[in-house]
Design a protein around this ligand. Sequence first.
Ligand code: ASP
Length: 438
Amino acid sequence: MQTKVVKFGGSSLADAKHFKQVADIIHADPARRFVVPSAPGKRYKDDTKVTDMLYRCYEMIRNHESIDEYYKNIEARYNSIIEELGLDFDISGELAYVKNAMLHASGRDYAASRGEYLNGLILAKYLGFDFIDAESVIFFRENGTFDEERTNTVLGEELARHRNAVIPGFYGSMPNGTIKTFSRGGSDITGAIVARAAAADLYENWTDVSGFLMGDPRVLDHPPTIETITYRELRELSYMGATVLHDESIFPVREAGIPINIRNTNAPEDKGTMIVSSAEGYDKKRVITGLAGKKGFSVIHIEKDRMNAEVGFGRRVLEVLEDNEISFEHLPSGIDTMSIVVATSALEGRRERILNSITRLVKADLVEILDGLCLIAVVGRGMVKSRGTAARVFGAVYNAGVNVRMIDQGSSELNIILGVNEDDYEKALSAIFNEFVK
Ligand code: ASP
């Protein structure tokens, strides 16, 4: 029989109504054996996530304010779920324990993690599944990094003892037993870790959208959903600003060759997006898989006669960036010019220093910083195989009257990166989208 690990995000578990949908989804497929819940998220636009309420409690305690009144809101969130589900489950003891522990300096991460912990208890009860506390199966090292090996062994052995179980997302424990969380949105990571330890056939990540769209719907006219995307394409897109899934959640499953399926709790019949390691065998309708863009880049532009003949030129320039702890994004160069694309924010407070150091170190004829660049990534595993893709991209942008300031075709042939003026971002993105999708 297959094993699927299913992770449900906060909006999928925000109230009793959503709990019911979640239970229907899980019960519809016996392969959905292991469930990783987030804490209750927003029920409506201006609602507050339970995780944020817990962080707030922590801050209040630090400021020596009483949390007595505020904590009641958290209790009410959980109690209303239990009541509306008609569950015979008294969570008041747990709630009192958590409050007391927070008051006795159990730490910021402990406070935040309780959102998932309490939600996991309720969900396990409701589903009739076992409860495995993440604290006892997900481990961090002394230096705070995730301890993959230990976790994989202990968690793998534990999962093997259960037919079905709920494992709360977002946290694990330090060697000294204290609780530590992943970064925000980290239940995605827990889901991937559980999928790997269970040697699952599929990691289903249930959220409130039906997968990844080809591009930003605020800019593009009804971008279609991506049916299949490779891990590498996804990395390119999410690096450029597309978000649905926590970045780090890809690695554990990718290594194990487990596909991820992004699904919509509110529309379970939608197939969502499949993330796979190799797209062979998956139909390939489009040349382009997705488009993403990001504003806020600058170009450090350097000119020097006979630059190409000078051994070590590039290294000396990059050393200046290294000394200033700046990582660069792209490095297009010409025979006597070199451009380094960096995030504008990284230059803050260091502009003069960088300009002076580069001028001095390589005796450049000209060094200047040009701001206001926006990068657009056109990503698609199909681009290698189809001729004329670049011509179509640049033709579309040209016809839209947009000037291209920089081009970088990644050596992976998985993407073409264009740099355009920030003001041209929307125009350029729409032009490329219309060329390939409409
Ligand atoms: N509840 C946590 C957060 O709000 C983790 C998660 O939902 O993945 O960031």
